[in-house]
Design a protein around this ligand. Structure first.
Ligand code: F6R
Length: 367
């Protein structure tokens, strides 16, 4: 049932263009520059009444939440807080009936996320969920759901569920922006058009597989990795580091590239590979100069850049060239792929149990 792939994880990585198409399917209203979310259960009036959004999740789903903050604040101008469920539920969070709480959970059974939802409802918030498992506990108890249609995810390390969470957040952003009339038809149409191109760009990006495998061979003996990104790609750096930790057991940290100079730059030496997410777009110059700082201190950079970026290529040890969009907003989806492939190949070469990493369970139903 692995469909010819060596592991479920690799199969699921390659399934992502299909998973994204399924998550989009039937939801676009291209003419109106809007989307239809069949189980969201909130009308325009309710969406207009929202004063603040809290997105709550754990692990990989929390990384998706961080991308969601960027999308929603940029396009809808609603303040968004992002919380780790196990932190949120033991605080005294400021939540009221004008707060929209969004829970993100692949399994829909994560105990901390479920508890955070129950606490939020007790305080009067409306709760919506982004879930992959239909009729899971979180999906059932929420006021509304945006389902991801990734299909069953078997590999413990989340891949296709994550990218479809990003797609669900993107769709939700369009709906919210259009409902609140802060996003005009033109902008809605442009966002939809960019999203529609994503599966093909993902297919293109999956062709990096063989190159990434070769890269992995040169770095698998490193004890630590650093992942750097800025803006919406900062959560993707966190996700890249988490994937590597989970399945290869190599220590890795994700950092906002601009924070390097406030401490972590002291770690840089020739033994620590630094993965830098440096696609063309809003933060390009800034990340580029952060990358130069790393190189100047002897760091070995694996850059993930836009296809044909000669400036980056002549500076770094390895460049993974990715087919990015002009539109920054969809790039986190595409850049996730080289992150997943790098972790996967390092783990395979190290001989770890990729689909069932030690100490981890697919759904964490205990606190
Ligand atoms: C990482 C991973 C975990 C989950 C986390 C939340 O690859 O799978 O970090 O993301 O346990 O799980 P869900 O999304 O099911 O609530």
């Amino acid at each position: 049932e692995k469909g010819g792939y060596k592991h479920f994880m690799l199969k699921e990585i390659f399934e992502q263009p299909r998973a994204v198409r399924d998550t989009i399917a039937g939801r676009l209203r291209e003419e109106a520059g809007d989307v239809y979310l069949e189980d969201l259960s909130l009308n325009d009036e309710q969406l207009n009444g929202v004063e603040r959004i809290c997105i709550i999740a754990c692990g990989t789903s929390w990384h998706a939440a961080l991308v969601g903050k960027f999308l929603i604040e940029e396009h809808c101008r609603v303040p968004v807080d992002v919380d780790i469920a196990s932190e949120f539920r033991y605080r005294n969070p400021v939540i009221n009936n004008k707060t929209l709480v969004m829970l993100i959970s692949q399994s829909g059974e994560t105990a901390d996320t479920l508890a955070a939802m129950r606490e939020s409802r007790r305080r009067g918030a409306t709760c919506i969920a982004i879930c992959n498992v239909v009729d899971s506990s979180i999906a059932r108890e929420a006021d509304g759901v945006v389902y991801t249609h990734a299909g069953p995810e078997i590999g413990v390390a989340s891949t296709k569920a994550f990218v479809t969470q990003l797609v669900a957040l993107y769709l939700f952003t369009i709906r919210l922006g259009r409902a609140r009339q802060i996003m005009d038809v033109e902008r809605g149409r442009k966002m939809i058009a960019a999203l529609v191109r994503v599966p093909a760009l993902m297919e293109e990006t999956l062709k990096l597989n063989e190159q990434v495998e070769k890269v992995a061979r040169n770095y698998l003996h490193a004890r630590d990795f650093l992942y750097l990104g800025r803006g919406m790609n900062y959560p993707i750096a966190l996700e890249g580091a988490l994937k590597l930790k989970e399945i290869s057991y190599i220590h890795a940290e994700g950092y906002p590239a601009g924070e390097m100079k406030h401490g972590p730059i002291a770690l840089i030496d020739e033994n620590m590979p630094v993965v830098v997410l440096v696609p063309e777009g809003d933060n390009y110059e800034k990340v580029f100069s952060n990358m130069e700082e790393v190189i100047a201190r002897g760091g070995r950079v694996i850059a993930v850049c836009s296809a044909g970026d000669e400036e980056v290529k002549k500076k770094v040890e390895v460049a993974l060239e990715v087919a990015c969009e002009d539109d920054d907003d969809v790039n986190p989806i595409i850049l996730s792929i080289p992150m997943q492939l790098l972790a996967y190949h390092v783990a395979v070469l190290k001989g770890t149990d990729v689909d069932q990493p030690r100490n981890l369970a697919k759904s964490v139903t205990v606190e």
